[in-house]
Every structure is written in C-alpha cells, then in structure tokens.
Design a protein around this ligand. Structure first.
Ligand code: FES
Ligand code: FES
Length: 152
C-alpha cells in the first residue's frame, strides 16, 4: 500500500485491516504518536488525516482516504508549529506520553476555530486524556498558540 505521511509517499506491506497506528509506528517508523488504549478512548494516537484529528488506533489503513500528518510532520520549513512553540513556552508536558496527541488535537482545533473559548477548548480536547493532569497548561498553551497564529 502507498500512504502519504508527513508529506512523503511511503510504501508499506500491510494488511488493510491493520490499524493505522501500527502501520505508522511499526512500518513507517513514526514513533512520535503513542499507543494508549487502542479503543479511541485516550487520544495518545491522534494524527491528522486530511487535516482532521483522528484516532489512528481505530482507523484501519484500508480506510485511509487522504494524507496523514503525524507530530513529526507538524512543523514545516524548519520552524515550530505555533502550537509546539506555545507548548514550549507554557512548559506543558509532565511525563510527555499524551502530549503528541494533545498537540495534534489542539492544532486541528485552531484550524477550525482560531480563537477558541474555554468551553470550545474543553470540548475539542475532551478525547485527549492526561494522567499527569496538565489540563490547565494545555488550555493556556492553546490560547497562547491562538495568539501566536494571529501574530500577536
Ligand atoms: S491509543 Fe488511540 S485513542 Fe488511545
Ligand atoms: S503529560 Fe503525562 S500523561 Fe499527559
């Protein structure tokens, strides 16, 4: 199968029933996304497909209908994505395990909603769990990223 991942076309030898998460981590070497639950309940495996945040643990490679972006392809042109920059400035991560998924969900949110309210952030991020409880810093970082994107 041929997939487009982080702007590159890659050929993988995968059964169409393989979850995208496995194909990306084990066959494409994209270790930035994480396995958490395997049942679309934690968000650790979040990537973008056609720019939308999806849980790659429950999407099968045979169901893919567009290019995939992982955390490893989020930044372009040698420059951090505003969400990544904001995450650094707010020092969001604790153990870090959930954070690539958090960042991918936040980046997708800001594409649709450039200046989200607290309620919109909570709703958009509700599928991304953090056992370290970094939620207040995530919210602050999303607001900072919104300002960075707006050029503030
Ligand atoms: S590993 Fe996919 S949502 Fe938890
Ligand atoms: S930073 Fe540890 S699970 Fe989120």
């Amino acid at each position: 199968m041929r997939l487009t991942v982080d702007g590159q076309e890659i050929d993988i030898d995968a059964d169409p029933d393989m979850p995208l998460l496995w194909a990306l981590r084990d066959l494409a070497g994209k270790k930035g996304l994480k396995f958490g639950c395997g049942i679309a309940a934690c968000g650790a495996c979040t990537v973008h497909v056609n720019g939308e945040a999806v849980r790659s643990c429950t999407l099968l490679v045979g169901q893919l209908d567009g290019p995939v972006t992982t955390i490893e392809g989020l930044s372009t042109g040698g420059k951090l994505h505003p969400v990544q920059q904001a995450w650094l400035e707010e020092q969001v991560p604790q153990c870090g395990y959930c954070q690539s998924g958090q960042i991918m969900s936040a980046a997708a949110l800001l594409e649709h909603t450039p200046s989200p309210t607290d309620a919109e952030i909570d709703e958009a991020m509700s599928g991304n769990l953090c056992r370290c409880g970094t939620y207040p810093r995530i919210r602050a970082a999303i607001k900072r990223a919104a300002a960075l994107k707006a050029g503030a």
